[in-house]
Design a protein around this ligand. Structure first.
Ligand code: HEM
Length: 158
């Protein structure tokens, strides 16, 4: 039997391909696409280098990313609630993009971190569980599984 070799994510060049694939799917998605296309008016060619820096830093520590990743989501959420289902869809598309191209420890870390950051973002935006009105200043803190976005970014090389 023939075995096709699917390589792990090995650096920035791989991330560029995965991310373009992910954002192409995300922009076209009926659920989360409008956040990019209608609400933010995202320019993919401007977004991709930044998000590649973000992921290159998260996975390999070989890039600098000093921008505020939370602020654009807070602005979006104020314009239209970003729900658990929206974040769930994001995770589904991210998983599909990674799995479609790579296999290995870095691919697993990319998926796990995407999921953790999605959870942290959602909790920080909504102040706790579900899609409640939030934010309560301390809701969510001390709860098992709660990871502030900043901490996720700092710990992400682990
Ligand atoms: C439903 C889920 C999400 C939606 C709809 C969404 C949408 C957006 C939009 C519209 C922007 C602004 C892009 C622009 O500059 O026009 C943005 C920025 C960003 N997003 Fe998300 N996002 C989601 C989840 C996530 C998750 C889970 C991560 C973590 C991996 C993430 C990482 C980022 C980062 C790092 C930026 C900032 C890029 C910069 O430096 O400007 N997003 N997002």
């Amino acid at each position: 039997m023939k075995h096709s070799v699917v390589a792990d994510i090995s650096g920035r060049a791989d991330l560029e391909v995965v991310l373009r694939r992910f954002y192409t799917a995300a922009f076209a998605d009926r659920r989360i696409g409008p956040f990019f296309t209608d609400l933010a008016g995202t320019d993919l060619d401007a977004h991709l280098p930044r998000i590649t820096d973000f992921w290159e830093r998260a996975l390999f520590r070989t890039a600098h990313y000093r921008r505020d990743a939370f602020a654009p989501h807070a602005a979006l959420h104020a314009a239209r609630s970003m729900t658990a289902a929206d974040f769930g869809r994001w995770v589904q598309l991210w998983t599909a993009a990674v799995d479609g191209l790579h296999r290995g420890p870095n691919a697993e870390r990319a998926k796990a971190q995407g999921e953790r950051i999605a959870l942290a973002l959602h909790k920080r935006l909504t102040g706790g569980d579900g899609d409640g009105p939030g934010p309560g200043p301390l809701r969510g803190e001390g709860r098992v599984g709660f990871v502030p976005l900043a901490a996720v970014e700092l710990r992400s090389a682990a």
